[in-house]
Write a protein of this length. Structure first.
Length: 95
């Protein structure tokens, strides 16, 4: 007789690497950022263009992210025509 594994077994990978930690609109959600922080990462939420107008520090962070991420190689759409995670994150940051 075979034994069944428990359905709620502990996940071996952190949430930020799985779908549940990713925001469907791009980047990570709060759960994903929290799991990354638990591993020692220092991630902050994205800065939109409206938020950047309010703070020069946020504007510099947004400009830096857009320059780095926009220059990365890789497609903006996958083979099925859907936007990639790169495209979604650039859209979320208003790049």
């Amino acid at each position: 007789m075979a034994t069944k594994k428990k359905a709620h077994a502990k996940k071996s990978t952190p949430a930020w690497t799985r779908k549940e930690g990713k925001n469907p609109e791009g980047g990570l959600n709060a759960k994903g950022r929290a799991s990354a922080k638990a591993q020692g990462h220092n991630l902050k939420p994205p800065v939109s263009a409206d938020q950047a107008k309010k703070s020069p520090k946020s504007a510099a962070r947004r400009k830096s992210f857009c320059a780095r991420m926009g220059g990365n190689p890789g497609p903006m759409k996958d083979e099925k025509g859907r936007p990639t995670r790169k495209a979604l994150s650039l859209r979320k940051w208003d790049c």
